[in-house]
Design a protein around this ligand. Sequence first.
Ligand code: KG4
Ligand code: ZN
Length: 334
Amino acid sequence: MGPTILAIESSCDETSAAVIKNGKVLNNIIATQSVHENYGGVVPELASRAHQQNIVPVVHEALKTARINKGHLDAVAFTRGPGLLGALLVGTSFAKALALGLSIPLIEVQHMQAHILAHFIDDPKPKFPFLCLTVSGGHTQVVLVRDYLDMEVIGETIDDAVGEAFDKSAKLLGLPYPGGPLVDRYAQQGDPLRFTFPSSEVEGLNFSFSGIKTAFLYFLREEKKKDERFIEKNLHDICASLQYSLIRMLLKKLSKASEQYGIQALALAGGVSANSGLRKAMDEAAAKRGWNVYIPAFQYCTDNAAMIAMTAHFKFLKKEFASLRVSPEARMRF
Ligand code: KG4
Ligand code: ZN
């Protein structure tokens, strides 16, 4: 029988807990923080406070619905980074205290690695090696995945993350935070070729999204000078065109990585993989180029503790335990 592990995620604005038993995720409890909606972005201090309020009920719910008595846990896992320091501190301190109180091992998890290992929660599971495009509000990375715990970042953004480009552009359109899902929704009824936005060229497999964001700002400013109601009248086409440009930039580098490494198994991870345009573009590329494409279920794309639990399972099998002196790292790498 494999281990039973409680995992905690608190890197940004979701407080989440999950239980994994013998490699099978039993649940995935998530408390979302609505407090940030009024501010147009996540407010770190408010996030920390909400985690502090949510963590006990969320963990309690996870243990209760999994029907696991805490005395039967074999380890406690937590997200060590990257993320907001104050938010990470809540999960780290809680996990440490619980592990110490129960005299069981503590497991630290790197959040970006966990986004990738979310692919091993359900079937179909990708075979090694594969390439993963991790796209979230804080990161845009192409990762070469050789094994569960053997990964290498081969390309990443040199400025903004693609989720940030979605959210900041949505803000310019007057949409509430987080605007990514709304851009996606409006784009579905728009013309993706109506407007074009220049994108910056970056060498190799890296990305840059600050150029397109600035171009978008100037574009809106100019059009609004001509017609005050420009956004209102063209919202669907604007969203569709913006989304098309962002997706094209992602697909271009992913294709390049696939050719360079001779790998046809491609996976998506992170919150932006919920984007319907990106999913469609991946499916089209799969048909055209013979790729095998893997996209996790929606609930495992955005931040969640199930992916932390899955990663902790693999770490437990290798006896990779953390010291009780461990502290969170806001900019943690693989
Ligand atoms: O992975 P995630 O939940 O949190 C981070 O670690 O950042 O990703 C959140 C990001 C936000 O930028 C949000 O706007 C974006 O994912 N997102 C989307 C969609 N759903 C979530 N962006 C575009 N289209 C979507 N459907
Ligand atoms: Zn994330």
